[in-house]
Ligand binder design. Structure first.
Ligand code: FAD
Length: 258
């Protein structure tokens, strides 16, 4: 188990290598834990792939793969599919040129100081934010499409089961509030901060990447305001602008891609 070399990265940027690694892990490891996919899980998988095919801001090769996986899945009208059949599509067994999901796990912005820190869970949050921002950028009109697809994915497949349960409880409690695409972006941001708050100082926290209420004042001073009684208050409009710029597709870096 040789240690991978550290990949220098900017901690204020999003990397496509993390997003592709997340897709690889989710589709080839997490979903692969189910030999047969049916019922609620099949619905979750179809919605997840449909949202990815629509909103993932990926390279042409990856988009071709997601599009082909999406049309294959939407054509599966039976009650179940085998993972093996789905895997053939993922691996592009038909060998269409320029259609592929790379098999690498190349963590960059999601690297951890130890192999058990960060990586895939960090990638899932990043993917989730990118997709909500992408729905806003493309002026999608369905406010809950991305949240609902990701919520179902996490409920059906996310390997950390107590994480999935916590997330489902938060969603059940408050996702009703979301009625515009921008409120979906902000809902996800604020729930992620709640999770950060709960996990700050926990054993799962990478000491080199402490959990903060994100973005810090150094990252976005306009996001933070103080009320007359001296309490901290977020400026939601500024946070929204910050999220839109931070997760904007055209700013995602391609470093370390194969
Ligand atoms: P992460 O929290 O994974 O965040 C990734 C990156 O997103 C950060 O580096 C930062 O750039 C950015 N970011 C941080 N906060 C925000 C924000 N509010 N809005 C937008 N961007 C932000 N672990 C547990 O131990 N217990 C749990 O119950 C648990 N529940 C989870 C539920 C879900 C749905 C997910 C996806 C993960 C969960 N995890 C849980 C894992 C945990 O939240 C972290 O993903 C993991 O500890 C790695 O943390 P990280 O330092 O890489 O930052």
């Amino acid at each position: 188990n040789t240690k991978e070399p550290w990949r220098p990265f900017s901690s204020s940027r999003v990397y496509m290598a993390d997003l592709e690694s997340t897709l690889h892990y989710s589709l080839r490891v997490e979903v692969a834990a189910h030999t047969v996919i049916k019922g609620e899980k099949l619905i979750s998988l179809k919605k997840y792939i449909a949202v990815l095919a629509k909103h993932f801001p990926g390279r042409t090769m990856v988009m071709n793969l997601l599009t082909s996986a999406n049309s294959w899945l939407q054509n599966q009208t039976g009650e179940e599919i085998s993972y093996e059949a789905f895997q053939e599509i993922l691996d592009n067994s038909g060998q269409s040129p320029d259609t592929a999901l790379p098999e690498a796990e190349t963590w960059v912005g999601c690297q951890g100081s130890q192999p058990h820190f960060r990586r895939y869970p960090c990638g899932v949050w990043t993917l989730f934010h990118v997709l909500t921002v992408q729905a806003l950028t493309t002026r999608d009109t369905d406010p809950k499409e991305v949240l609902s697809a990701m919520r179902n994915y996490i409920h059906s497949f996310f390997g950390c089961r107590y994480c999935a349960e916590h997330f489902e409880n938060m969603a059940r409690e408050s996702v009703e509030e979301v009625n515009t695409v921008s409120s979906a972006v902000l809902w996800l941001w604020s729930r992620h901060n709640r999770v950060n708050n709960r996990l700050a100082g926990a054993l799962s926290e990478d000491p080199n990447f402490p959990k903060i209420q994100w973005p810090s004042p150094e990252m976005c001073s306009a996001c933070h305001t103080v009320t007359q009684n001296g309490d901290h208050k977020w400026n939601d409009n500024q946070v929204l602008l910050y999220l839109q710029s931070y997760f904007f597709f055209d700013k995602i870096l391609s470093d370390y891609l194969e």
